[in-house]
Ligand binder design. Structure first.
Ligand SMILES: [Fe+2]
Length: 448
């Protein structure tokens, strides 16, 4: 029987939940880097069918705690969704739900809690010991799949998210949650078709929402597909600007290229001589198509490249510019610059396209620095950590993990974000292989 590619090689699940202490370190862990690096990804339990969908694999969180220059603890745990608890034979107080019940895409700290997120599901709360605390729908506020990519506005502290589902009229929902976790408002925005939307971007004024040709496939859903989406050439792709403080369903739409975007890197606005917003720029990782013939994972996608999409509010036209043709994904910035013109950003070169994987750091002026973990390594999304809240943009550390598929080993690397080409300041040997993780966060000790 053929085996799913999404449980092999870099995707092969680990079988055990472990804890390890005082990990082996090469180099020197900065003593001011105190906190937890948390990563999450799919780690299926038991046998999977040949048509297994990567994005539905049971979510596992991995944490690495750094303290006073030591790699104090590594820990990994499945998020105990109701299906996970059932598969592990554990008691759970959770009721089964009809909707997707999975938590595998992002691990995100907000309002003193840690959320395990998947776009088609209700968030799960976990604690820093990786015990699952239950689902969190913010007292019934969330009534669609939430999002794996909420963003926190650095000025207001409010969390914004664009959620969707395929049960109702085609739409997305813009959720806004106060810094203390109190729901503030939500607005349902009607669309022409039910789409898959994974992330959004924003400036200081606008959320940027894309309505792209990856459409919900009703027939595939009826057949029981776990990934009922199809690439639909000819669909009128659009990108929309919506005020972050909007209290209605308003969106200013622009025609967009036939392309797919999982993630933005960042966005910002440019003001004209009269002080009004003239243009909105959004750096995105763009592909020509997605899931054109196979929607079980990212094996069937055009090369993802760094583009800049610009919306001109005077002309009503959107234009795009290729910034870097290298295959890459998972752009991250200094989060204090979310929605503002950023200089620093870091992306991950993609294993499948190059066989030589690492990170690319941009300085915003056309200069880049690269670091490769070598052939056969699978590098995770990188995370930036500023030295402290007064540090300049990009002054701090980059943390990334890399798995050597052939040797079945994994490590976490810490870089000086300003001098990546020099190589890691420290490499921490992880006690077991790290399957591909989608996203992660740094949780500073001060808020831990
Ligand atoms: Fe993502």
């Amino acid at each position: 029987m053929p085996t799913s590619p999404w449980v092999q090689g870099a995707y092969e699940p680990v079988l055990n939940e472990i804890e390890a202490f005082d990990l082996e370190v090469e180099g020197s862990i900065p003593s001011d880097l105190n906190g937890i690096l948390a990563r999450i990804g799919p780690n299926p339990i038991g046998e999977v069918p040949p048509d297994h969908n990567l994005f539905n694999g049971e979510g596992m969180v991995h944490t690495l705690t750094l303290k006073n220059g030591r790699a104090q603890t590594y820990r990994n745990r499945w998020v105990r969704t109701e299906p996970v608890a059932r598969k592990l034979g554990e008691h759970t107080d959770l009721d089964p739900i009809e909707n997707t019940d999975v938590a595998n895409t992002h691990i995100f700290p907000f309002a003193g809690s840690l959320y395990a997120l998947t776009e088609t599901a209700i968030p799960y709360k976990v604690n820093e010991d990786l015990e699952t605390l239950g689902r969190e729908d913010f007292s019934g506020f969330i009534d669609t799949g939430f999002s794996a990519h909420p963003h926190v506005d650095p000025k207001t502290g409010e969390m914004h998210a664009i959620g969707y589902d395929n049960d109702a009229d085609p739409s997305v929902t813009h959720y806004v949650i106060a810094p203390d976790g109190t729901p503030l408002r939500k607005n349902r925005i009607a669309l022409g078709s039910a789409i898959m939307i994974h992330d959004f971007a924003a400036t200081e004024t606008f959320a940027i929402i894309w309505d792209l040709p990856l459409l919900f496939d009703v027939e595939a859903a009826k057949r029981g597909s776990k990934a009922p989406y199809k690439w639909t050439p000819g669909y009128e792709a659009k990108v929309g600007l919506r005020r972050l403080d909007a209290e209605d369903a308003s969106v200013h739409w622009f025609d967009a290229p036939e392309a797919f975007i999982f993630h933005a890197v960042n966005a910002w606005e440019e003001r004209g001589e009269d002080g009004s917003i003239a243009k909105v720029h959004c750096d995105v990782i763009r592909r020509d198509s997605m899931f054109a013939s196979d929607s079980t994972g990212p094996g069937d996608m055009a090369i993802p490249q760094l583009y800049r999409w610009t919306m001109d509010l005077d002309t009503g036209a959107m234009t795009e510019e290729l910034i870097d043709p290298r295959a890459q994904e998972f752009g991250r910035i200094d989060d204090r610059y979310w929605g503002r013109k950023n200089g620093f950003s870091v992306t991950t070169e993609l294993f499948r396209f190059t066989g030589d994987t690492g990170i690319i750091v941009y300085d915003g002026n056309g200069r880049t620095q690269e670091w490769s973990f070598g052939k056969g390594a699978a590098t995770s999304e990188a995370v930036f950590v500023p030295h402290d809240e007064d540090a300049g943009e990009g002054e701090g550390y980059i943390l990334a993990t890399a798995t050597n598929v052939a040797k079945r080993t994994a490590k976490a690397a810490i870089f000086d974000a300003q001098n990546v080409k020099k190589g890691p300041l420290a490499e921490i040997k992880l006690p077991q292989r790290l399957p591909v993780t989608f996203h992660g966060s740094w949780i500073p000790e001060a808020t831990a």
